[in-house]
Design a protein around this ligand. Structure first.
Ligand code: ZN
Length: 268
């Protein structure tokens, strides 16, 4: 495997028509990854999809945007997480972006996120965290950091994880790095300079690549459906921003994936 897309949704209906072809072209391009669930159904579908693959893995969780409409059934998620192909708990976390959310939503999101933290430590699997602040603020990151800090006191090294699609600033990055969490970036690095400083600030040992496909397509395809092969452009962007050798960045990121998600090095 040459590249790793730590967060994609190739089980989504957007890929229904050409999924088989896409998966084989990912194999050809030596792109592996984690197929991430956003609720129980999509987590189950992720697991079904990766079962026979040596380069694809899955994650199970309830996305914070669904906490108001879907029940978080802990035992059903436990069943999924028993499978060794499940390498992370999530996506889960706090999303304060949606303006239509009512006050009670935040409390519920925190409650459900805490249950994910408990599951992650129970199964000794890392968290795949989604955290999105409301416009112009870092509110969701501040709450996330508070929650992770107190969880770290309770669980110590049993608590680990990656903050996906990181859009925080240097202060938020520093706090998460102190907790030994990694940050993952998508191909938005190819068309915005918003995150340049943070990518330069964070040590390469704590950066991971992802695409969040079908979302967040890179520069030439903006607005179109994205797919995991775009992860190569994220490696390039990180190497450019850090003025590091492309091959070193590529290999270091695979090592991070191996460490954080316990992906067997044989499949890397
Ligand atoms: Zn996602």
């Amino acid at each position: 495997m040459k590249y790793f897309d730590a967060h994609c949704h190739v089980q989504f209906p957007e890929f229904e028509e050409d999924r088989v072809a896409l998966l084989s072209s990912m194999e050809e391009a030596e792109v592996g990854g984690i197929v991430v669930g956003v609720d129980h159904d999509s987590s189950q579908r992720a697991l079904d999809l990766v079962k026979d693959s040596s380069t694809l893995f899955a994650a199970a969780g309830l996305h914070p945007n669904y906490t108001q409409t879907k029940e978080f059934e802990v035992d059903a998620f436990r069943e999924l997480l028993k499978d060794p192909k499940m390498v992370a708990v999530g996506e889960c976390g706090l999303d304060y972006f949606r303006p239509e959310d009512v006050a009670g939503a935040v409390g519920l999101q925190r409650e459900v996120f805490l249950k994910h933290i408990e599951l992650a430590t129970e199964f000794q699997k890392p968290l795949m965290i989604h955290s999105r602040p409301s416009k112009g603020t870092q509110d969701a990151y501040r709450d996330l950091i508070d929650m992770l800090k107190s969880a770290k006191q309770e669980y110590g090294d049993a608590l680990s994880g990656n903050v996906h699609f990181f859009v925080g600033g240097i202060d938020e990055a520093r706090a998460l790095l102190e907790l030994d969490f990694t940050l993952s970036y998508t191909a938005v690095l190819t068309f915005t300079h918003d995150y340049d400083e943070v990518v330069q600030f964070a040590p390469l040992s704590h950066l991971i690549t992802e695409t969040d496909s079908p979302y967040a397509a890179p520069a030439p395809n903006r607005g179109k459906r994205n797919d995991p092969r775009a992860v190569a452009s994220v490696v390039e962007a990180i190497a450019r921003l850090k003025s590091e050798d492309l091959e070193k960045v590529r290999v270091d990121i695979l090592q991070n994936v191996h460490r954080v998600f316990k992906i067997p090095s044989v499949s890397l």
